[in-house]
Design a protein around this ligand. Structure first.
Ligand SMILES: [Zn+2]
Ligand SMILES: [Zn+2]
Length: 152
C-alpha cells in the first residue's frame, strides 16, 4: 500500500472543498495548514445565507462574478471568525490565487502557497509573493491516486 503524501492529502482536501463551490465560473477550494494540521478550509461561494450563482445565475460586473467570496478569503475569514492564527501557516489551493486573494494571503502571514492549477497567474501577484518572501509551489493532484474532479 502506497501512503499518501502530506502535499497530496492537503491538496485533495482543497479539491474536495472545491466541489462545494456555488459559482460555476470557477470551482476553487483552499485549505490552511499549520504544523501538518488543517486549521481552516474554504470554497468559492456566496456570503452565508445569500443566494447561490448555481440557483440564480451569476452576478456579473465587468466580466467578473461579484457574488462570491473566493475560497482563499473564505478560509482566512474562517480563521478570523474563530480566532485562529494564520501567521507562518501554509495554504493549499486548487488554482493560483487572484490578485485580491494574493494580497490577503500575504497580509495574513501565510508563508507558502501550494497550488494545483495555473489560473491567469497575474504577474503582479507573482511579484508581490516574491517581494513578501511567500513561497509558491505547484503541486498537482495525482489523479490516479485520488479522483476528485467535478462531474461534468
Ligand atoms: Zn457566480
Ligand atoms: Zn481570489
Amino acid at each position: 500500500m502506497e501512503r499518501i503524501s502530506w502535499n497530496q492529502y492537503f491538496m485533495a482536501q482543497s479539491h474536495l472543498l472545491a466541489l462545494r463551490s456555488t459559482c460555476e465560473r470557477l470551482m476553487v477550494g483552499a485549505t490552511i495548514v499549520r504544523d501538518k494540521r488543517i486549521i481552516a478550509g474554504g470554497y468559492n461561494g456566496s456570503v452565508s445565507g445569500g443566494v447561490h450563482c448555481i440557483d440564480e445565475g451569476c452576478y456579473v460586473i465587468e466580466g467578473h462574478c461579484v457574488r462570491t467570496v473566493h475560497a482563499e478569503i473564505n478560509a482566512l475569514l474562517q480563521c478570523a471568525k474563530f480566532g485562529v492564527a494564520t501567521a507562518h501557516a501554509e495554504m493549499y489551493v486548487t488554482h493560483f490565487p487572484c490578485l485580491q486573494c494574493c494580497k490577503s494571503i500575504i497580509q495574513s502571514g501565510i508563508r507558502t502557497v501550494y497550488y494545483a492549477n495555473d489560473y491567469k497567474n497575474h504577474p503582479y501577484s507573482i511579484e508581490l509573493f516574491q517581494q513578501a518572501g511567500v513561497k509558491t509551489e505547484k503541486v498537482e493532484l495525482e489523479e490516479d491516486f485520488i479522483n476528485l474532479q467535478p462531474k461534468s
